[in-house]
Structure formats: structure tokens, C-alpha cells
Design a protein around this ligand. Structure first.
Ligand code: SAH
Length: 362
């Protein structure tokens, strides 16, 4: 039996070098192929004209550059775009592009569904199917880049990537790492580490590994300042409580004093939005180079929380600023097409049966 072709999309530079060496070829072909795929958008080996003809033929037989498909596109009236991306097994994930004056941010999914059960998040209600492969992760960037270029958004429409779509990126560590290395590689998308952000609900061992392997910008979904409340909102807190999480954060940027960790804090009416909460947050974050992103809660069907009032959000923000913390309120983007934080749902073949259990309850 012949083995299935290797998908070269998603192999980072080292992995591609190993691939070429295993074919008995020179490792430097990795550089050529990276540029063809990511900088020129070429997926057909016969067009990779600086490769020897014989090598192009070998690749045509043994490898592919297989990109996921777009199942649908929605454009919000604020310019945000959301794509439903169909994977080979029929599952779908969502990818969101958020244009701003000075940048274009792509929000990328890392898993089909999510294993975590954060009580206010739409993805959590979908249950979990599987991890994405690195090619499916970088494939979202590849696809979005191509679509935005053809929509006339210029040669480099994506200036920032945030791993803030569906899933918990640190529970799909290896694939996310390869994909992020491709985002950073000068022969590929060439983004700086500051412009690639990984957001985590608080997988402490993952934060520690990431600090060693690929210290991109880190965002942490904190959302509560007491363990009893955080256990409810972000149940992985039972495994890695707040003090452990903040300890890992303190060490994350130890070698780089100019950078800061972003703490995300979803504003839930009468749940976590009091002034006492703000003061405790400032106290907890004091030892850490930090900034805070307040996220007004976005409505999710079937979830009972309400968003804090604008007044409460402003009061919370002003208190943090008065206590010396850089704080911004994240403007909800793409809410009309359910593309805002916590609204991504995709089409998940749920293996955990969580979605049907929740439907039964409703
Ligand atoms: N699992 C990772 C990546 C998801 S990022 C993480 O938890 O960080 C998505 C961000 O949106 C997280 O900060 C998440 O807590 C937040 N979020 C989830 N549901 C939300 C909602 N309904 N309204 C606003 N923010 C939400």
C-alpha cells in the first residue's frame, strides 16, 4: 500500500527541512517551498520553477499543499468578516478578520469546539470534536490572506494574528506551535512576536512551555479575582488556581522587560464588575507587567449572564487606571454576524455530547 501524500502546508521550517532530507534532498529546498506557499500563494508544485524538474515531479507524487475550504463568508456592517472554514472531515471552524485603521487582525481557531466549559462562552456549548492540525491552523491564515488580497485590501492585509478563536490553544500545543512558527518565519508571513498573540484560559504548564519555545504575546482570560467565582466561570481554575496562574505569568516575560501580558476580563453584570473587584484585580496584577482588556459580555443564546452597564464598565476601567493599570475596553466587533468574542460556534461534530445535554436542559 502506498502511504497518503504528505501535506506540506503546516510544516514549519525545521519540519520541512526534515521532510526534504528524508527524501534524500537538500534541506534548503524548505526555504524555497516556504516562499512559494506563503509569500506567493502557490500550491501547485509544477509552478515552483526554482525547484529542479525531477524534484517537482517527486513532490507531485508524494506531497500536496492542501488548503481547507471556505464554506461561507459574512461581512459585518463594521467591516469585520467571518468565514466558516470547512475541514476535510466535514467539521467547520470560524475565522474572523477585524480591520482597524492601523492594522488588520485575524482571529484564528485552534480546536473544533473546546474541551473547557467556561460558563459564558458559545464555543463551550458546542462541545468538543478534535484538535486542529497545524495545516488547518495556518490554513486559516493562508485562506484569509488570499481572500483579503483578492478583495483589494492590499498586499499584506493581515498585520496581527490572535489565537482567540474557537478552542484552547495550549491544549493543542504542538500544532499551534508549528503554525505560530510559520506566522513568525520571515520566509512565510514574517510577523513579529509582538503581533502574534496567544490567548489562554490558564493552562499553566502550557504557559511555562511557551515561554521557552516561542514567547509570543500572551493574553490570559482571567475574568475573576477570587477562586470560588473563577471556578464557576472558567472551570479549569480548579486545576490551576489564580495564584498558580499569576505565578506562571510573572515568569513568562522574565527575559523581556519591555513587554506586557494582557489580562482579559469579561464584564458580567453583578457577577464580577464591582469596584471591590477592580481593586482586587489591581492588587493581584501589581507584581506582573500587565495591561487589562475589559470585554463587554456578548450575548450568547441560552446563556443567562448579562453585560455590565456602560457606567459600570467605565467605573471599573477608571478605577483600574487610577490604580496605575493600563486598561482599555474592547469594542465589540462583528456582533451582528455573531463574530464577537465568545460567539464563535462553527459546526462541531460534538463527541462530548455536551451540546445535546445542554439542549435537553433548555
Ligand atoms: N480558550 C482561549 C481562547 C479563546 S479567546 C481563552 O480562553 O483565552 C476568546 C475570549 O473571549 C476569551 O477571553 C473568552 O473568555 C472571551 N469570551 C468568551 N465568551 C465570551 C462572551 N460571551 N462575551 C465576551 N467575551 C467572551
Amino acid at each position: 500500500m502506498t502511504s497518503p501524500p504528505t501535506n506540506l502546508l503546516g510544516l514549519d521550517r525545521t519540519e520541512l527541512q526534515t521532510y526534504f532530507t528524508s527524501l534524500g534532498e537538500k534541506a534548503f529546498h524548505a526555504r524555497q517551498v516556504l516562499q512559494w506557499i506563503y509569500q506567493r500563494g502557490v500550491t501547485d508544485f509544477s509552478e515552483m520553477t526554482d525547484l529542479r524538474l525531477g524534484l517537482r515531479d517527486t513532490l507531485a507524487m508524494q506531497a500536496v499543499v492542501s488548503v481547507p475550504e471556505v464554506a461561507s463568508e459574512q461581512v459585518s456592517n463594521d467591516g469585520t468578516r467571518k468565514w466558516l472554514v470547512r475541514l476535510e472531515d466535514g467539521n467547520c471552524v470560524e475565522t474572523v478578520f477585524i480591520p482597524e485603521e492601523d492594522r488588520g487582525t485575524l482571529c484564528v481557531s485552534s480546536q473544533v469546539g473546546c474541551m473547557l466549559t467556561c460558563s459564558f462562552c458559545a464555543t463551550a456549548r458546542q462541545g468538543f470534536s478534535r484538535n486542529l492540525t497545524s495545516s488547518e491552523i495556518i490554513g486559516q491564515v493562508f485562506l484569509a490572506n488570499r481572500l483579503l488580497q483578492s478583495a483589494g485590501l492590499g498586499p499584506r492585509p493581515i498585520t496581527n494574528v490572535v489565537m482567540m478563536g474557537m478552542g484552547e490553544p495550549l491544549l493543542n500545543y504542538e500544532a499551534v506551535l508549528s503554525a505560530m512558527r510559520l506566522m513568525l518565519d520571515d520566509l512565510s508571513f514574517g510577523l513579529s512576536r509582538r503581533r502574534v498573540t496567544l490567548s489562554t484560559a490558564g493552562v499553566v504548564p502550557g504557559i511555562q512551555r511557551l515561554a521557552q519555545d516561542c514567547p509570543v504575546s500572551l493574553a490570559v482570560s482571567l475574568h475573576a479575582v477570587r477562586d470560588d467565582l473563577r471556578n464557576e466561570l472558567v472551570p479549569i481554575n480548579r486545576k490551576y488556581p489564580i495564584h498558580q496562574l499569576l505565578e506562571a505569568c510573572r515568569h513568562y516575560l522574565e527575559n523581556d522587560s519591555r513587554r506586557r501580558i494582557t489580562f482579559e476580563y469579561v464584564m458580567l453584570k453583578d457577577v464580577n464588575d464591582s469596584l471591590a473587584d477592580a481593586r482586587e484585580l489591581a492588587r493581584l496584577l501589581r507584581p506582573i507587567p500587565a495591561k487589562v482588556n475589559l470585554i463587554p459580555f456578548n450575548a450568547v443564546p441560552g446563556i443567562v449572564y448579562e453585560c455590565s452597564s456602560t457606567n459600570a464598565v467605565n467605573r471599573f476601567r477608571d478605577e483600574l487606571i487610577a490604580l496605575g493599570l493600563t486598561t482599555i475596553t474592547r469594542r465589540p466587533r462583528g456582533a451582528d454576524i455573531a463574530a464577537a468574542c465568545g460567539q464563535l460556534a462553527g459546526q462541531v461534530q460534538d463527541r462530548t455530547r455536551r451540546s445535546s445535554r445542554l439542549a435537553g436542559v433548555a
